[in-house]
Design a protein around this ligand. Structure first.
Ligand SMILES: [Zn+2]
Ligand SMILES: [Zn+2]
Length: 387
């Protein structure tokens, strides 16, 4: 999703198609028997291609919402019309499930096995895993060789389409709070978000500051319920728990229908874990396939996951790198150094994962020396300066 507006337009099309095509007797469901948004998936366990099972159309909507399925993009319009809202387990659905399984490190079976159902029912971020047909996460990455003489790249961070990010000149970002719903957790929000922003500030060139009252801010954070006017309605308890927009929109919404806490137990979501994740979106990161990464799309209730992972740090530093220095030492050994504002940098040996360098103003000077003769093998440098 580029922004809730895009998702809004997308959802509107899905809803219109649904309205036009739905049979009068059709139960649109959505909340399941226990009032949990993803409960319907439980009843589809074991389904596979060729079957027609009541409720599969809801799974199609789920996969459309998170970017895995787009009947509208099919060249065969009559096919798309016939199958977008039916309960038939067709080829497109199987293919979408396979992509999902690849992204979530599940066995790629194309059917709704128990592990796939378990993952799909997990509370998750409302930002799609795949946006505008641009594959991200693991399914969009090149295959890596695993032979004894080759090195495996393990980073799986992703960006929004067109690498949306804050301009290079914008290093100080302000935020404020605005909620359309009053919930008890609102009192914790200031300290929670302050800590979550501090985690990102530690590893980037950004500084963050809360502004009070009606002052304008770069980012606005708050609790909202159901349809709250940004085209991406929340779905009640469980299901999607929060969402945020790509730069430079700045909106970050918590679903007020979840139970929230700073010390969560089973059935309760951790405010700060979700804040660290959504701030990642506000800064320009998409979802990652690395299970331990903050930018992984799902998080169980009762779990705290607040520490940035190496994959998150590499992702954000790669997104904001001002320039890269390439040093070709041997035909097979290329060192790529990415330099960010304020002396942040990371190096990357071709074929190896990125290694963040600590924040150190001398890094830049060091890197300049490294890139100059007597390294006659210097290949060159490229500018990636943002607009
Ligand atoms: Zn997310
Ligand atoms: Zn929203």
């Amino acid at each position: 999703m580029a922004a809730p507006r895009v998702l809004g337009a997308f959802l509107l099309i899905v809803m219109l198609l649904h309205t036009v095509l739905a049979k009068p007797s059709e139960d649109k469901g959505g909340k399941g028997s226990h009032g949990q948004a993803f409960e319907f998936i439980q009843h589809l366990k074991g389904c596979h291609k060729g079957q027609t099972v009541q409720g599969l159309h809801e799974l199609k909507l789920y996969l459309e919402k998170f970017g895995y399925l787009n009947y509208g993009a099919s060249n065969n319009h009559s096919f798309a019309h016939a199958h977008a809202n039916d309960d038939e387990f067709d080829d497109l659905l199987e293919s979408a499930i396979k992509t999902y399984q690849l992204n979530y490190h599940l066995k790629v079976t194309g059917s709704l096995d128990s592990q796939t159902v378990k993952e799909m029912m997990m509370p998750r971020c409302g930002v799609p895993d795949i946006t505008n047909g641009t594959t991200s996460m693991r399914s969009g990455k090149k295959k890596h060789h695993h032979g004894p003489n080759s090195l495996h790249t393990v980073s799986h961070y992703s960006f929004f389409p067109r690498r949306q990010r804050w301009p290079a000149s914008k290093t100080h970002l302000t935020y404020r709070f605005h909620s359309s719903v009053q919930v008890s957790s609102i009192d914790s929000l200031r300290s929670v978000c302050s800590q979550a922003f501090a985690r990102w500030a530690q590893v980037t060139h950004f500084t963050f500051q809360e502004v009070q009252g009606s002052n304008t801010a770069d980012m606005v954070i708050g609790f909202h319920r159901g349809d709250h006017g940004d085209g991406a309605p929340f779905d009640g308890p469980s299901g999607t728990v929060a969402h945020a927009a790509a730069p430079t929109d700045g909106r970050f919404h918590y679903d007020a229908d979840e139970s929230w806490s700073t010390n969560p137990s089973q059935g309760v979501m951790d405010l700060e874990s979700v804040a660290v994740h959504e701030i990642g979106h506000l800064l320009g990161l998409g979802h990652s396939s690395v299970t331990g990464a903050i930018m992984y799309p799902t998080i169980p209730s009762g779990v705290t996951k607040r520490q940035l992972h190496g994959d998150d740090i590499q992702g954000i530093r790669t997104l904001y790198a001002q320039f890269h220095v390439f040093a070709k030492v041997l035909p097979e050994l290329v060192i790529i150094i990415s330099v960010l504002p304020h002396g942040y940098a990371q190096y990357h040996i071709k074929g190896l994962p990125n290694q963040p360098l600590p924040h150190n103003p001398y890094n830049t000077a060091f890197l300049k020396r490294l890139a100059l003769p007597p390294l006659p093998l210097l290949l060159g440098w490229r500018s990636f300066q943002a607009g």
